[in-house]
Structures are given as C-alpha cells and as structure tokens.
Design a protein around this ligand. Structure first.
Ligand code: N01
Length: 558
C-alpha cells in the first residue's frame, strides 16, 4: 500500500507491528514486557524523555506516593520483588523513578519505546481491522506541519492499539485572567522542572490544595521568605505516618510478600487491608474511637475505610469526619485559620484523601498565610501580583499551580482516535467515558484502554491495576490467536450496561456528593459522570476474569 512519493504517510511492512503501546508509565512498561515475552512485535511511544509516566512529570517538592512502597511495586516477577529495597514506607518520587528505571533496565524495556514522542492519531481500517497510528515525530523531528517543531512523525500499522496514557497526565490550568502574563516564574506541579526550583528568599504563591499542593506546601514554606496559599476548597488530609524501612523491616516485608499480595488482590483498593468487621454505628463510642485512633496512627488514605460503611452511610461518615476534625484542629494554632482548613462541603473520603507530613502545622508559621478564595476570589494576575476581589495585591516572585489534571479522559482526548465509520472516540465519550469493563468500547475493535475510566484504576493501587489489566489483555490476545480470530470488539449493549452499572454503583455511595475530579467537576464544561468503577479492585478482578472465562461474553470475536 505504498504510493510513490508518499514519503511520510507510508505504511510498509517495516512499519507493521502487532501492538502499539502508548505510554511508558507503570502500565505501559508492563504491557510492553508481557506482550513482548509472548512473541508479539511491540512498539511503545512515550511523550516524556524517559520511562515513569506521572512520576516522570511530577517532581515537585514533597512528591511522594500515598500507597505503601511495598504494595506500590510490581508483583509479576518474584526476583524483582525480592531484590528491590525500598527505603521508606511511602516512597518519594525520585525513589519511584529509580525503581521504574531499574525495571526498564532489568527487562530491557527502553529498546521498544520511542521517547519524547506523542501518538497523535489512531485510525481504524475497517477492512483489515488494523490501526494506522501516527506520531508527532518527537522533539526535534524533521519536516513541517504546523510550525511547532514536532513534525515529520512516524506512521505505522498495528493490529492492536493499547492506551496506557494514565489518568492524571493532562495538566489543568486555572482560567485566571492574566495568568499567562505573570511577571514572576510560574510552575505547574505536574510539569515540574527536572533541575528543581530554589524558592529561597522568594515570595511564593501556591494555588490549589489537593494532594500536590498539600504535599508541597510544607517544603516550599521551608525555603520561601513568604508563602501565600490560595485555597478554593478545603481538603481532608491525614498524616502519612511515613517512616524509614530498616533492613529488618524489609526482610519481614519480603518474607510476607506472597500473603501480602494475596490479600491485596482480594481487597477493595489493591492493598492488604481489612476494614473493621462491623459497621461504624454498630460499635460503641469507645471501640469506634479506638478504631479511628489506630488507623490515624498507622496513617494514610486508608483512614477513609476504617469502617466498611464510611463511604456509603452519611452518619458513619460523619463519625469519621468528626474524629478527623478533632485531630486536625489540635494541630492548628489559630482557630480562624482552622475554620478555613476544615472542609464543610463534602463527606470525608469522597475526594481523594490527602496524606501529608506537617501540612496543617505549616500555617502556624509566621511567614505562611492562607487565603480562602471562597471569601476573597482571585480576580486577575497583574504584573507580579495576584489581585484579589477585595482589591488586595499579593506581590509574588513565583507562582505554583497545584491545580490538578483533566483526569481519566484528558490524555486520551488529545489523541484523534477514529473507529468504525470514522467515529471519533472523543465524540463518542462526550457525555462521559463509554467502556465495557473499562477495557474496550464498541466501534473500536482491537483497541484497549488500560487502568483508566470504567475500571478501579485511580481508586486502587494502580500498579496492581496495571498488572490485572495487562494480564487480562495477554490472555485475551492469546485466546484470539488460539482460535483464529482477527479481532475483539465490545458490544454496544455490553457498553451501555457497564456504563449503567458504574453509574449505579457510584450512586449507591457518597461519592457523588463531592465536586471531585473523579466526576470531572474540576474541569469547566466536563460532564458530571463518576468515571472509575467504584465496586472494588478484588470484585472487579473477579468480574473481568469471569468474562474471560465465559469466552469473552459481551465482546464480539471477529
Ligand atoms: O490535583 P487536585 P492534585 N482556582 O485536582 C484547585 C493524585 N496525586 O494534583 O478543590 C483555584 O486534587 C482545586 O480546588 P477545588 C491523587 O489521586 C497523588 O493535587 O477544585 N483553585 C484543588 O484544590 C490526587 O487526588 C499524590 O475547589 C483551583 C487543586 O487546585 C490527584 O493526583 C500526589 C482552580 C487541585 O487539586 C490530583 O491531585 C499528588 C482554580 N481555577 C497527586 N482549579 C500522592 O500519591 C483548581 N483548583 C500522595
């Protein structure tokens, strides 16, 4: 199918592969490894200059995982699991990057990836059921197509398209008038300079108090001469309870890995964790407080699952919230500041709980100020100042945007994915993501989305989610080949039913009552749809295993 003179848009035999994997984060890395081991010809593409996904980009001070390092690590290779030494209970971004780099080296994964290169489109050929995938040519690519210097990309033909583009990889900028004219330096936490930023002696502003803001504020405060935090919504944060892991602790973890992973696979969130056996209000006050206190001491996001009904029953949630408030108020000297820092607009756990190290205490420092944007909104940026509604000019040398991401669908939306009849995936998903099991969608045969919308993904330990999806995909491709099928495609009815099931399961919880990024509420104009599958990691694993076991019920094998 080569046309003479058609130099760029040519797909010849050399450009034909079995699988294109988009993304070299935790999911894409394992997908390349697994599918390559099975003998498939695989090409991977990654926007960043190296492996790591979110961990490649999010290098802001204090960036650290909120899942324990022993759990937030691959389980697919016992030697890898035994040889790697985590230094802390919760790993920092640099340590996770070292780990992922080690994984890439150990399994020689980089040779299958083209880095610094984005996939810009994927188009289905309905006759051959193959995908034509185009890239932007990467940084410094030759040619000319739009004057952005990223042109002259590759065109290749793939039987399978696997999107492992991450749920939190498209940064969101607030629409503040004048933001692009700010005369100081501006940084987004999700695109942090690799060389780091020295805030020593500077007047710094941080907009945003989600995980990224709350993790970075104490460290920025250590350096800055003055720090102003602009908070639109208060958030719930729990002390991380981080600690170093010594040799004895590591030995114990490694010896117990088999059981740890077994429990994690059965769990709701992909960590070996059990809730209290009884419902919150079934136990007496003393036992309830003891359970909260124990969880508090252990630290971390699992506080929101102390009791099994905390995210489904408002009075139960209120008990957990009340205990949280008591503990947090005790950390803040000024009661008026505490009033601003205690959320009143959503139940605890219905936005991702943040884990912090010294966040609330930071407001006890004389050079740190909290501005509630609910009381005094940002009107505009003017020169080096953030101008507030009451007319105050907050003069700054540097502005940190910890304003989050167009979550779950943002990265896929940037790629022009065209399926049957030239339908654009983005249009098909304009009222919210439409998937069957989170894995596939009708009209897009042989196209898979991994660890994204319609699956537990962001509600669970994403490394185990990645393994769960990749292993399912590997079995699926083997099944197609063993039975001589060219393709697999989700049925329209199966998609409708799965979308309805995801919606109903979310509606049965308290998750719909927060303006969270799970619901797309942080992005103006995005449809309000709860995007992940809320039914739990273990339960979901059983569902997709049953579908595979039934010969891929709900999918059409072609
Ligand atoms: O982003 P966010 P994030 N004007 O969307 C505010 C994971 N993560 O990068 O709440 C003013 O949570 C916004 O306000 P509001 C984790 O899953 C994990 O912090 O929308 N403010 C909010 O305060 C996390 O949930 C780790 O009213 C504006 C903040 O910006 C997810 O990534 C670390 C605004 C954005 O918070 C995202 O976290 C970091 C505007 N126009 C991230 N627009 C760990 O593993 C937005 N905001 C610990």
């Amino acid at each position: 199918n080569t046309e003479p003179g058609d130099a760029v848009n040519t797909v010849d035999a050399a450009d034909a592969v079995d699988v294109v994997v988009v993304g070299a984060g935790v999911t894409g890395l394992y997908a390349v490894h697994k599918l390559r081991e099975m003998g498939y010809r695989v090409r991977g593409f990654e926007r960043g200059a190296d492996v790591g996904g979110v961990w490649y980009w999010n290098r802001y001070p204090g960036a650290r995982c909120d899942v324990e390092s022993a759990d937030y690590s691959y389980s697919f290779d016992e030697e890898l699991q035994q040889e790697w030494d985590w230094s802390e209970k919760y790993a920092t971004q640099p340590e996770i990057m070292r780990y992922l780099s080690h994984v890439a080296d150990r399994f020689d994964l980089r040779r299958s990836f083209t880095f610094g290169t984005s996939v810009v489109s994927a188009e289905l050929d309905e006759e051959t059921l193959r995908w034509t995938v185009r890239t932007d040519g990467g940084i410094g690519g030759g040619g000319a197509d739009g004057g952005d210097g990223r042109v002259g990309g590759e065109v290749l033909s793939a039987r399978f398209c696997v999107f492992a583009v991450g749920c939190l990889s498209s940064t969101h900028l607030p629409s503040v008038p004048g933001l692009d004219t700010f005369a100081g330096a501006t940084y987004h936490t999700g695109e942090w300079p690799h060389e780091g930023v020295d805030f020593t002696g500077l007047r710094v502003g941080v907009i945003g108090t989600g995980s990224s803001g709350i993790q970075s504020v104490p460290l920025i405060a250590d350096q800055a001469a003055q720090l102003t935090v602009f908070q639109r919504s208060a958030n719930y944060s729990i002390p991380a309870g981080n600690r170093p892991l010594d040799e004895a602790a590591r030995r114990e973890l490694k010896a117990g890995y088999a059981e740890r992973r077994r429990l994690a696979r059965l769990s709701g969130g992909g960590s070996p964790f059990m809730t209290h056996p009884r419902r919150t209000l079934e136990v007496g006050e003393q036992e309830r407080r003891a359970a909260f206190a124990k969880r508090w001491e252990l630290g971390g996001v699992l506080y929101s699952k102390t009791f099994p009904d905390q995210l489904t029953d408002l009075p139960a949630n209120e008990a957990a919230r009340g205990y949280w408030e008591e503990k947090v108020r005790a950390r803040i000297d000024n009661p008026a500041v505490a009033d601003l820092l205690v959320p009143t607009d959503h139940p605890i756990g219905t936005k991702r709980i943040v884990t912090d190290s010294g966040y609330y205490e930071t407001y006890n420092r004389a050079h740190v100020r909290l501005v509630s944007l609910r009381e005094n909104a940002i009107e505009r940026i003017d020169g080096q100042a953030v101008v507030l509604a009451d007319g105050e000019r907050v003069e700054l040398d540097a502005l940190v945007l910890a304003t989050g991401f167009d979550a779950m669908t943002g990265s896929l939306d940037r790629i022009a994915v065209r399926g049957r009849g030239g339908r654009l995936l983005k249009d098909d998903w304009s009222a919210g993501p439409r998937t069957y099991l989170g894995l596939g969608t009708d009209g897009f045969p042989n196209l898979f989305s991994l660890a994204g919308a319609g699956s537990p993904s962001v509600l669970a330990n994403v490394i185990l989610c990645a393994e769960q999806h990749v292993d399912w995909l590997a079995d699926c491709l083997a099944h197609l080949d063993a039975h001589g099928y060219a393709a697999i495609e989700a049925g329209a009815r199966a998609v409708e039913e799965w979308v309805a099931e995801c919606r109903e399961r979310a509606a049965a919880t308290l998750m719909m009552s927060a303006d969270s990024w799970y619901l797309g509420a942080n992005i103006p104009g995005k449809p309000r749809v709860f995007m992940p599958f809320v039914g739990g990691f273990g339960a979901y694993g059983q569902i997709i295993a049953d579908v595979a076991g039934s010969g891929y019920k709900g999918f059409e094998l072609i």
